[in-house]
Design a binder for this molecule. Structure first.
Ligand code: UDX
Length: 445
């Protein structure tokens, strides 16, 4: 099938490449000309494992093209995906102006009835607004809209976006007509033929809600375990063991019960805020999500409190922060917990050195005064404490003896519970872990 993908950010580019891999003829459209030029040259706009190879292979096979001209992408497309950004406005609501512009682009350039598929995470009932935008645009051009609107949310994670899209847990499609459902079924049939997963067919509003409900639930799960961690610290219990034991219950499951710095990234913070706002607009106060957000903000302050406790004054101390990306496997620093930590440490007068295997260029402008270390060794060398903020493998695999040798003071704050605490202690290091009994620098204090 011929497919247009409007917006080639993380979601759009991954969707475009994976649809091409399943045999569709896809054009990625974006008004960012520099981005399109780069993609045409085979250069990726962001880091996503495996996506560069897939994009290049599909482009070479002629199934994937890129353009900033709607006239090259929209005419003839049976399905036009809207994958544009929906940034948060000051009041917490999502800014949907790019979604409306994308709808207008389809209305202006489509030459036959097109199924317009929302993939950007949008508030419930946005489908109706898109339909209205299509109708108004058609009317302005002296006709009537024959386009249909469906919701086809994605659940891809950064770092595993290709795998999540090629082999999803479920495909969710919300449509209000049989014809639109039939088109979307045809689109996803190659995927369903090679990969066994449920195909959830619903109405548009329900599909829109599934996405927000899923992300808000996962974020709440993380805040729940972070609250349990706070209780464990005070009670002298261990949150990892609590989470493992809880996870044995299939009704709970172990996934997303890792206490730490809380959630960041481009989705959870934005989606929780948006869902809270949407529910409020509909007359329901979803207070649980406000609490999810509060606990998440609190989780980000945990390492600074630990460093203050273990180092006393931070003003003349050097802290090595390992990791700035919001999670391993990505160079994305949007809403990354490490950024708040770096800011807070700097505000308290600490000298901060940071390292990340891929994300450092993305924080250059935000922290011009912070030392961006070229390698882990120079980051750690002579620092008074190390803070593990993102659990990259490269950090998790560091030999404890090396840490002990490089640090000026033997202080380790593991904000992701990723290091083997016993192995570190065996090297004489004092280790603060999330949701564990509090440690003191001097044994016996
Ligand atoms: C998320 C959803 O998982 C995905 O389905 C959706 O489409 C987009 O949002 P992503 O933002 O890539 O994906 O990250 P994810 O792997 O879900 O992690 C989100 C954040 O939660 C990260 O900051 C991570 O460190 C944190 N997290 C995750 C925890 O703190 N504890 C956990 O147990 C799991």
């Amino acid at each position: 099938m011929k497919v247009a993908v409007i917006g080639v950010g993380h979601v759009g580019l991954t969707t475009a490449a994976c649809l091409a891999a399943d045999g569709h003829e896809v054009v990625g459209l974006d008004d960012d000309e520099a981005r399109i030029d780069d993609l045409q040259e085979g250069a990726m706009p962001f880091y996503e494992p495996g996506l560069d190879d897939l994009v290049r292979a599909e482009a070479k096979a002629g199934r994937l093209r890129f353009s900033h001209e709607p006239a090259e992408a929209i005419p003839g497309a049976e399905v036009a995906f809207i994958c544009v950004g929906t940034p948060t406005r000051a009041d917490g609501s999502p800014d949907l102006s790019a979604v409306q512009r994308a709808a207008a682009t389809v209305a202006t350039h489509a030459q036959s009835p097109t199924v317009v598929a929302e993939k950007s995470t949008v508030p419930v009932r946005t489908g109706e607004r898109i339909k209205q935008a299509l109708a108004l645009e058609a009317q302005a051009q002296g006709g009537a809209s024959a386009h249909e609107v469906v919701s086809n949310p994605e659940f891809l994670r950064e770092g595993t976006a290709v795998e999540d899209t090629l082999r999803p847990d479920r495909v969710v499609v919300g449509a209000d007509t049989e014809r639109a459902h039939a088109v979307m079924r045809r689109l996803w049939q190659p995927l369903l033929d090679r990969h066994d997963c449920p195909y959830v067919a619903t109405d548009v509003r329900t599909a829109e809600l599934i996405k927000h409900a899923s992300n808000a639930f996962l974020a709440t799960k993380i805040s729940f375990i972070n609250s349990v961690a706070r209780v464990c610290e005070r009670a002298g219990a261990d949150v990892e063991t609590v989470a493992d034991a809880m996870g044995h219950d299939p009704r709970i499951g172990r996934a997303f019960l890792n206490a730490g710095l809380g959630y960041g990234g481009s989705c959870f913070p934005k989606d929780v805020q948006a869902f809270l706002h949407i529910a409020g607009d509909l007359g329901y106060d979803f207070g649980l999500l406000r609490e999810t957000e509060r606990v998440n903000r609190e989780a980000r302050l945990w390492p600074v409190a630990q460093l203050r406790r273990l180092l006393w004054n931070l003003s003349d101390k050097t802290v090595a922060v390992l990791g700035v990306a919001f999670k391993p496997g990505t160079d994305d620093v949007r809403a990354a917990p490490a950024l708040d930590v770096i800011e807070e440490l700097s505000a308290e007068g600490a000298t901060v050195r940071i390292h990340d295997p891929v994300a450092l260029p993305n924080v250059r402008d935000r922290f011009p005064e912070v030392t961006r270390a070229e390698d882990v060794t120079s980051c750690l060398d002579g620092a008074h404490a190390v803070l593990l903020a993102t659990e990259w493998d490269e950090y998790v695999q560091l030999p404890p003896a090396r840490l002990a040798q490089l640090l000026a003071y033997p202080i380790v704050v593991d904000a992701r519970n990723a290091w083997d605490a016993d192995a570190l202690r065996a090297q004489g290091l004092t280790v603060a872990r999330v949701g564990a009994p509090q440690v003191e620098v001097l044994p016996g204090l």
